[in-house]
Design a protein around this ligand. Structure first.
Ligand code: IPE
Ligand code: IPE
Ligand code: MG
Length: 234
């Protein structure tokens, strides 16, 4: 059971949480294991946090899985990450459907290997009608790329305004971002949700992603409850 206040006892309802899942490599290094083992354990953390988000009633959980900059990693690591992604979605698709979880991808995922694109297309189609928590996976995602694509799409339709860009972002159909978490002690955004983070609360922890638990998420949500969001007002 996750120590979480009942929704009616929360100061504000939290609808959308995003996580920069960082520290898989350092987790493995500390144990003298190959980096890929850290990534495998990272997938286990994704599973438990997806379940926790659903049980906590979040409308959306957005996970940064592969950035536009991560292509610069060694080819064998990129290949291993793509394989893990594919196996995770394939293995958990029935679980998503059984629990009304909708899958959504942000980022230009069509640039991923063809077999991964095909598998994702199938998973997106099969979960499209689900109405529970949306699991948003950021793949080949970079906020600068997203904003540039959105601005171009807005310009092609007419006036470029804050509203017209926002309507073209990959996240346009999601609730506003409430809380952004980063694990592993790094305090930077690494090109994640730069637009959406304008008034999101931030929570940083030294915990490495493979060690992240639903209790850590509950801790972050409790910290969020204690904050006063002012949106520039007073
Ligand atoms: C995060 O872990 C996972 C991805 C970026 C895909 P890292 O692989 O960045 O782990 P560290 O930062 O090297 O520890
Ligand atoms: C951010 O982590 C990207 C993901 C978690 C997918 P990185 O490990 O790539 O970020 P930097 O290089 O430390 O900024
Ligand atoms: Mg990292």
């Amino acid at each position: 059971m996750i120590p979480r206040k009942a929704p009616e006892a929360q100061a504000v309802a939290i609808r959308h949480v995003a996580i920069i899942m960082d520290g898989n490599g350092r987790w493995a290094k500390a144990r003298h294991l190959p980096r890929v083992v850290g990534h495998q354990r990272g997938v286990e953390a994704v599973r438990r946090l997806t379940k926790a988000a659903r049980e906590m009633g979040l409308e959306a959980l957005t996970l940064y899985a592969f950035s536009t900059e991560n292509w610069s990693r060694p080819e064998d690591e990129v290949t291993a990450l793509m394989g893990l992604l594919k196996r995770f979605i394939q293995a958990d698709l029935e679980e998503f459907c059984a629990n009304n979880v909708r899958l959504k991808i942000i980022g230009d995922y069509r640039a991923l290997p063809a077999d991964v694109v095909a598998m994702l297309g199938d998973a997106l189609a099969r979960t499209a009608g689900n109405t529970g928590t949306t699991l948003v996976v950021a793949l080949n995602y970079g906020a600068q790329d997203e904003i540039a694509r959105a601005a171009a799409a807005a310009a092609a339709k007419g006036a470029v305004t804050v509203e017209s860009i926002a309507a073209e972002l990959d996240t346009a159909d999601l609730p506003p971002l409430d809380l952004l978490i980063r694990t592993s002690g790094e305090v930077r955004l690494s090109n994640f949700l730069l637009w959406q983070a304008a008034y999101a609360e931030m929570w940083f922890t030294d915990v490495l992603w493979p060690d992240f638990t639903p209790e850590h998420l509950a801790e972050a949500l409790a910290a969020f409850d204690a904050r006063e969001r002012r949106y520039g007002g007073r």
